[in-house]
Design a protein around this ligand. Sequence first.
Ligand code: NAD
Length: 273
Amino acid sequence: LEIPNITLLDGTEIPQFGLGVFKVDPGEAERVVADALAAGYRHIDTAAIYGNEAEVGAAIAASGVPRDELYVTTKLWNSDQTRGEEAFAESLAKLGLDRVDLYLVHWPQPMFGEALTAWKSLIKIHESGRATSIGVSNFEISDLEEIISETGVVPVVNQIELHPLHQRRELVEYCNARGIRIEAWGPLAQGKSDLFERPAIADAAAAHSKTPAQVILRWHAQQGRIVFPKTVRPERMVENAQIFDFELTDAEMAAIDALEAGQNFGTNPHEMD
Ligand code: NAD
C-alpha cells in the first residue's frame, strides 16, 4: 500500500491512513489486525476501553513487521485520568510494547475537571520516551485552551467525530491555526446514516469508478486529515485504503462540504462521563 505520511507538530511522522478497532471484539481483534497488517496497514488506532489491546499486541508480535514501521495509538480512559502513568504502563504491558507512537487523553470530561491532570501525566510519559507523541481526543476549544495555557504543551492531534454530516468547522479552524492535526473518528459516520446514497457521494463515486466509502475517505484525506476507518472484513480493508490514486474536483469537494447537517452519531464531547 502507498500511504502518505503527515508531519506532526513535534516533527514526527504519522501514516495518514490506518485501521481503527473500536467495537472489534477481543475474540476477533487478533485476526482483524493480522489481516490488516498483511494487507499493508501500518497504523492501528486502539484504546484501553476497547478491551482489545492484548489482541492488537499479539497480532503485531506475530506479524513480523519491524516495530519502527508500525504506528500504534492508544488512549487513556476516563476513569484513569488521575492515574495516567499507571494506566499507561498497563496499556503498554497489554500491547507487549515498550513504547507507543501516540498516546491520547480519550475524553476531556470537563464535569470532573481532571483533563489537565491527565494531560500533565501524558507530558511526563512523553518526556520518558515511552510515548513518541501525545495528543487528545474529543476536546472542544475550551478544553484545548485550558491544557495549552496551563502547560504550554500543544497536543499534536485532536481526534474528533468528523464526517460530511458533522464537520466541526470552528474547532477544525482553531486546530489548523495551531498546527494540531485532526484525526477524524467515525469518518464514515459509523455506517449509521444514508450518507453513501447521497448524490454528492454517489455521483462522485460513479465519476471516479470508486465506492462511496472511498469517496468519503478521500474527501477527508484531501483536507489533510488522518483517518482509520473500522472494518473487520479483509475486502473492505483493501477497498478503504485505495484512496490515494484519485482526486476529487473542487466541485465534488464543495458538494460534499454542503452535506453539513450538524448530525453526530457518537456522544457529545461534554456529555461523556
Ligand atoms: P467508521 O466511520 O469507521 O465506521 C465503521 C463502520 O462503517 C463499519 O462498522 C461498517 O459498518 C462501515 N464500513 C466500513 N468500511 C466500509 C466500506 N468500505 N463500505 C461500507 N461500509 C463500510 O466508525 P468508527 O469505527 O466509530 O471510527 C473509526 C475509528 O475511530 C474507530 O475504530 C476508533 O479507532 C476511532 N474512534 C474513536 C473515538 C474516540 O472517542 N476517540 C470514538 C469512536 C471511534
